[in-house]
Unconditional design. Sequence first.
Length: 95
Amino acid sequence: MVDASAATNGGPSGPGGVEDLGPLWPGWHAERVGGLVVARRVGGLTDYQLIYGYLEQVEAKTVSEIVVICKAHNILAQWVAIAEASQGEQRAVSS
């Protein structure tokens, strides 16, 4: 888990009021933009993941909240990957 208190006491804001918070959760990179914490997924997503609700970017008001949201999206991604693999298996059986 992440030490959210250490992350909230990060360094000075960069250009445009953006403060880099780094990788707060595996697979995500976060920064503070104005009054929000914005996390972006590191790496690409499949079309299937995008269709079934996986987001490339999430926003929250606090670091603790963004960590929970990122964790939830990682769990969602695992289940969507299982569904995507099952779809591939179905195509193979149908062929």
